[in-house]
Design a protein around this ligand. Structure first.
Ligand SMILES: Nc1nc2c(ncn2[C@@H]2O[C@H](COP(=O)(O)OP(=O)(O)OP(=O)(O)O)[C@@H](O)[C@H]2O)c(=O)[nH]1
Length: 668
């Protein structure tokens, strides 16, 4: 079925209007608190053992742009990108078959534990192939750069960055699940980047695989020719022999000029304990050699190239990178902050036109991070500094809370991103962190005429002379793909979340496609889980950020024994304030222990109390459990009590356990 209603002149795909992305950043909310795999993180990105630089005799001068192909693999979550990448690495002999490590390019421990890709990774392969009509036997193999990308849309910023270094993309679609929300999103990212798109229908070994249905979907949604689709099983190896030839035949070589001055695009960077900052780069024009002096177009700072090479798939020193090649550079940068993603690096003495960079990262969710024990502030500061070296997409500013003391306000790409960051802080740096309710960036206008973005509800002024006059909230354009029988339930959910339906059509006889404008606040907490639960797990969901809309917003305070707890304040829509206030006080009642005095928990808007609960007093003393005079037992119990108290936050006279902060994150 054709979904197109209006199509701009030069645009081929039929449903272009479905996903005319104005921005690179979209996000998916996966409330991973409900994820079955809580995970252990012990390793930082790219363990040092994987970072040992190989010295092999690869002469990159044999590979002019016409012998190079740069491509990315894009797909909806779990459609098999990383497995396909593994198979291609094996087919080209880049890694050994049965290397015992599934998803070779998923290097982060979190990626292995959760089975997801968080960081895009690059690998260079070599493949002998004669182009159709080329019968010369003396040609060197093709140099093929594969960039594996994350599927979860929290990390779609990585996808758009990867695509900037490519001329083509494999669009992988699960033969049983068919086109899903992120297939649509990723297709348009690739399409807007003018990439050659090769559809790959994967998992054809599954009993429920229906490649013909998927071909029809690809045709109706993206105008992709059914005969151009490759049918593969990355699991059994079926059909894989056609993938590399298709990449070489259908993807154009990189367009740069070897004779022009050096210009390279900085794609990514991370910190390695042994080598310092390692930058991933794509050489667009010219040549880069070890020993060259290069400068950043953004900062003007100059560096000497200490090492240069390719990822084959580990760092492999080559001493040179030429036009069209993708590789790494070590240049004595002290911090990843110097390596600005999207920057143009060039020879120090030449002046060049900077390459179009990337849009800056847009943070969708903000949350305060505080040390569970106030005296651990320095340790948390150090941990955050180290971790942001490898995850530059987190924004960090210091802030103070009356309830929680000194801490940080951090901006994330979405809740999954926030969760991954917390876990890494805890597991890799042993930091015990309390996080405040995630909030989205609102804009407020005040009675004195000033306007400001508010990332922390506590920052809303309480001064009556500076009242809020108007509020605006960020919205998203959400794409939802579901089996038709769930349409009613999804419409109800979206209207409960203040959504506005923009589009409703069918991909084929069984699947509906809906597009909604939804307030970001409404999807940040638990939307995706609820969507999954009402559709028996069949819904797929994706969003891109959109404009701000005016909204009737209020600040909801939580008071304990009459005292506001700034770290628990939230901003909500007036219509929902009553319900959210009630849920919050009920949740808190469950998680705050009875103490020696009565505790009142209240939710308030300004001076108006909208919900209230009371926890009655109790005499509680662990020593009362000790009969007789066993001193060691008494000491042990007191120690245990002290340890427990350390994990509490005292607001006025009330002790709040860490779990109470975590639980209120889940109230939407
Ligand atoms: N039956 C079958 N299973 C496959 C095939 N390809 C991949 N899988 C399985 O599908 C699951 C997801 O595969 P991945 O390669 O991790 O998928 P991905 O798209 O990289 O996932 P993200 O990085 O999280 O987006 C894994 O359990 C794979 O073993 C296939 O051709 N057939």
């Amino acid at each position: 079925m054709v979904l197109l209603r209006k199509t701009s002149q030069n645009i081929k795909p039929k449903c272009f209007h479905l996903w005319r992305t104005s921005s690179f950043l979209r996000g998916i909310i996966v409330n991973s608190r409900l994820c079955p795999h809580r995970f252990a993180l012990t390793q930082s990105f790219c363990s040092p053992s994987r970072q040992n630089v190989k010295e092999v005799g690869i002469d990159l001068r044999q590979y002019p742009p016409e012998r190079i192909r740069n491509f990315s693999i894009i797909a909806h979550v779990d459609h098999g990108k990383s497995t396909l990448a593994d198979r291609l690495l094996e087919l080209t002999g880049t890694i050994k078959r049965g290397h015992g490590q599934p998803q070779y390019l998923d290097k982060l421990q979190v990626e292995r534990e959760r089975g997801i890709t968080v960081k895009a990774q690059t690998a260079t392969m070599f493949h002998k192939y004669n182009l159709v009509g080329d019968n010369t036997s003396e040609q060197p193999p093709f140099l093929i750069n594969l960039i594996d990308t994350p599927g979860h849309v929290d990390f779609s910023y990585e996808v758009s960055r990867s695509l900037a270094a490519c001329q083509g993309a494999l669009l992988v679609v699960d033969a049983a699940q068919g086109v899903q929300a992120q297939t649509v999103a990723n297709f348009y990212l690739a399409f807007e980047s003018n990439l050659a798109i090769i559809p790959v229908i994967n998992k054809i070994d599954q009993p429920t695989a229906d490649p013909d249905r998927v071909k029809a979907q690809l045709k109706s949604m993206f105008d992709l020719e059914p005969t151009h689709a490759l049918l593969t099983s990355a699991k059994t190896g079926q059909g894989l022999e056609h993938v590399l030839p298709a990449i070489i035949e259908r993807i154009p070589p990189p367009p740069g000029k070897a004779s022009s001055p050096l210009r390279m695009l900085l794609l990514d960077s991370y910190y390695d304990e042994y080598k310092g900052v390692i930058c991933h780069v794509a050489v667009v024009d010219g040549v880069l050699r070890k020993g060259d002096k290069i400068s950043s177009a953004a900062t003007g700072q100059a560096y000497e190239v200490l090492d240069v090479g390719i990822m084959h798939p580990e760092l492999t020193s080559t001493g040179i990178l030429l036009t069209g090649q993708v590789g790494y550079v070590v240049s004595g940068m002290r911090s990843t902050k110097e390596a600005r993603i999207g920057d143009t690096l060039h020879q120090s003495k030449t002046v060049v036109e900077p390459l179009p960079g990337f849009r800056p990262v847009k943070h969708m969710v903000f949350s305060g991070l505080y040390p569970a024990d106030g005296s651990d502030f320095d340790a948390l500061n150090h941990a955050i500094e180290r971790l942001t070296c490898n995850d530059a997409s987190v924004s960090v500013t210091k802030e103070t809370s009356t309830a929680l003391g000194l801490g940080f306000r951090c901006g994330f790409l979405g809740l999954l991103h926030m969760d991954v960051f917390h876990q890494r802080l805890e597991q890799e740096y042993g930091a015990h962190v309390i996080s405040t309710v995630p909030t989205v960036p609102y804009i407020f206008e005040y009675s004195d005429g000033s306007k400001a973005q508010v990332q922390n509800p506590a920052a809303l002024p309480s001064n009556p002379k500076k009242r809020v006059t108007t509020g605006w909230e960020p919205t998203v354009l959400a794409t939802i793909i579901i089996p038709s029988e769930y349409v009613g339930a999804v419409i109800t959910l979206c209207s409960e979340r203040r959504g506005q339906q923009l589009e409703y059509s069918f991909i084929d006889s069984q699947r509906a496609f809906m597009k909604y404008r939804l307030p970001l606040r409404e999807i940040v907490v638990d939307f995706y889980n609820e969507l999954k639960s009402i559709t028996s797990g069949y819904a797929s969901f994706d969003y891109e950020d959109s404009e701000y809309q005016q909204a009737d917003l209020v600040k909801l305070d939580i008071l304990l024994n009459g005292q506001p707890v700034d770290a628990m304040a939230t901003i909500v829509h007036n219509l929902k304030a009553q319900r959210v206030g009630r849920e919050l006080v009920e949740k808190l009642k469950k998680f705050i222990d009875r103490q020696m005095f009565e505790i009142t928990i209240q939710a308030a808007i300004g001076s108006k109390i909208i919900a209230r609960e009371t926890i009655s007093a109790m005499r509680k003393n662990v020593l009362a459990k000790c009969y007789g005079g066993d001193v060691t037992r008494k000491r042990k119990l007191l120690e245990k009590q002290k340890e427990g108290k350390k994990r509490m936050k005292r607001v006025g006279s009330v002790d709040i356990p860490q779990e109470a902060f975590n639980e209120i994150l889940k109230v939407s």
